[in-house]
Design a protein around this ligand. Structure first.
Ligand code: PAJ
Length: 278
């Protein structure tokens, strides 16, 4: 496994790589969710590249960029054990050199949900993903359904900017109690961790009602909220959404595929999760 910090060297190694070339972008602090992306990408490509870059541009001024969990040696050992060929670990100045002044702004899709909760977040994501795709030029790039809106934003920019990469979305990996794996789970206390499965339970409540024939968006949103409010450690419900799975527009009635998604503050972190209906 080659670990590369220089973008010219990364570009050269990717140009010379056996095709197809797969890319798994991450911010490190790797867990089973990341590794599911890596495993699938390993199966589907001749060469596998991963990136580890905690992207400052996607953190808001009041978000804990400095406190984001980092453990490069452990991450590299995991990637090596999964058969990754190339890992790009750029310093911040390599991605945003002095004078950097171009941003990728996705419109309507990026304004909703996480975009409303975290202004500027998707501009940072879209910009760094575009840069990584331009540098690596992979045949396939892998993203997790855990961040459903991010997958839609990436698909939109790939389409709009004619990037010519296949975006592959990998199902959410969960702990046995339903909690979606996330680097931010490390911030939970033992007691908060015990309460956290309420997030997935609340989503499953919507699915259960939907299976019984409930199609009214507002009723589904209300039931998810009620389930969340039943857990006293949920300090704040940022949003509960039942939206069109392609446009993220809130639905009055569920007819086609719908994304049920939510964000809550539980202790220090905000937890996000989602399921798809239909
Ligand atoms: P990060 O949070 O490190 O996640 C990297 C990838 O792993 C994302 O595609 C994310 O959706 C996926 N992932 C995280 N938890 C998952 C889980 N439990 N199951 C399945 N997939 C999971 O997302 C980012 O980094 C950044 O925004 C990035 C795309 C790297 C741009 O900076």
């Amino acid at each position: 496994m080659r670990v590369v910090t220089d973008r010219n060297e990364m570009a050269r190694l990717c140009r010379e790589a056996l095709r197809p070339l797969g890319l798994v972008p991450t911010m490190g602090a790797l867990h089973g969710g990341h590794l599911a992306l890596v495993a699938q990408a390993r199966r589907e490509n001749a060469t596998l590249a991963a990136t580890i870059f905690v992207n400052p541009a996607q953190f808001g001024p009041h978000e804990d960029l400095a406190g984001y969990p980092r453990d490069l040696e452990r991450d590299l050992a995991l990637l090596r054990s999964q058969g990754v060929d190339l890992v790009y670990v750029p310093p911040v100045e390599e991605v945003y050199p002095p004078g950097f002044d171009t941003w990728v702004e996705v419109g309507r899709l990026a304004a909703r949900l996480e975009g409303a909760r975290r202004p500027g977040h998707f501009r940072g994501v879209a910009t760094v993903v575009t840069k990584l795709l331009a540098l690596v030029r992979p045949d396939r790039a892998y993203f997790g359904q855990k961040d459903a809106q991010q997958t839609l934003v990436v698909r939109q920019l790939v389409r709009d900017l004619d990037i010519g990469v296949v975006v592959v979305v990998v199902p959410t990996v969960r702990d046995p109690d339903g909690l979606a794996l996330s680097s931010r789970n490390a911030y939970l206390t033992t007691e908060q961790r015990r309460a956290a499965p309420v997030v997935y339970r609340a989503l499953c409540r919507a699915e259960q009602l939907w299976r019984r024939g409930e199609r009214e968006g507002e009723r589904l949103r209300r039931e998810v909220r009620l389930a969340l409010q039943g857990e006293r450690l949920v300090e704040e419900i940022d949003y509960v959404s039942v939206a069109d799975a392609a446009t993220l527009e809130e639905l009055d009635r569920v007819a086609g595929p719908a994304l049920v998604s939510l964000a809550v503050k539980l202790g220090r972190p905000h937890l996000i999760d989602n399921i798809t209906l239909g």
